[in-house]
Design a protein around this ligand. Structure first.
Ligand SMILES: Cc1ncc(COP(=O)(O)OP(=O)(O)O)c(N)n1
Ligand SMILES: Cc1nc(C(=O)O)sc1CCOP(=O)(O)O
Ligand SMILES: [Mg+2]
Length: 212
């Protein structure tokens, strides 16, 4: 896996893909510099999610871009992807780690300082995620921190930090400057007319942290 693999984190949502197959958007986004992809398909059936994951895994084969599954430990295992993203209502971290083993990436969403500090108990968390700004994409996301709060979170956590929520071309640089190790986006890439170009432009906002 590449150093700085968290830099430009695409989280998918087929419903926002303007009718295009999610794998086409992923492929274009990776051409544009996306460094990690999470399949987040909240409305897909288990069978559909499984088949999308197989297709996206094939597309990412040989690119060095890890594939992460949102929420679904069973699908992460069945497709043997690189990792799993869990939040505070999902499988507890230590159970997911025990089942997936030491070599998989596991990222954990933290909605407040207590949850960030709780994750500091574990050496092997690969990253934590916090909310940057308000977003239309996830109705339940209601804890935006802004750049100052992202910087504060970075100082509280001992793990790499990903910021997500309302990140677009116009504000990606300020979140990157707030010492986030990665910025995660859904709509900015999934709903872009040209996802490759959208990823390229975002990548350029990340400055020196992108050195490989
Ligand atoms: C990179 C990243 N950060 C945060 C989330 C949100 O996870 P969660 O709180 O479990 O909410 P859902 O995505 O499951 O609705 C994420 N998926 N990815
Ligand atoms: C999946 C997700 N999680 C969030 C959180 O705050 O935990 S915000 C979010 C959606 C982000 O979408 P967009 O880039 O379109 O704003
Ligand atoms: Mg979740």
């Amino acid at each position: 896996m590449k150093k700085n693999y968290l830099n430009l984190y695409l989280v998918t949502d087929s419903d926002l893909a303007l009718g295009r197959p999610v794998e086409d958007v992923v492929q274009a986004a990776v051409r544009g510099g996306t460094t990690i992809v999470q399949l987040r398909e909240k409305t897909a059936s288990t069978r559909d999610f499984y088949h999308i994951a197989l297709r996206v895994k094939e597309i990412l084969q040989g690119t060095g871009v890890p594939l992460i599954i949102n929420d679904r430990l069973d699908i992460a295992q069945a497709v043997d992807v690189e990792g799993l993203h869990i939040g505070q209502s999902d499988m507890p971290y230590e159970i997911a780690r025990r089942i997936l083993g030491p070599n998989k990436i596991i990222g954990v969403s933290c909605d407040n300082d207590e949850q960030l500090l709780e994750m500091n108990r574990y050496d092997d968390v690969n990253y934590v995620a916090v909310q940057a700004y308000g977003t239309q994409t996830k109705a339940e996301a209601d804890h935006p921190l802004g750049p100052a709060g992202v910087l504060r979170s970075k100082k509280l956590t001992r793990h790499p930090l990903v910021a997500i929520g309302g990140i677009h071309l116009s504000n990606a640089a300020e979140i990157s400057e707030a010492e986030a190790d990665g910025i995660a986006v859904v709509s900015e890439i999934m709903s872009a007319k040209d996802p490759e170009d959208a990823a390229k432009k975002l990548y350029l906002q990340l400055g020196v942290k992108n050195e490989k």
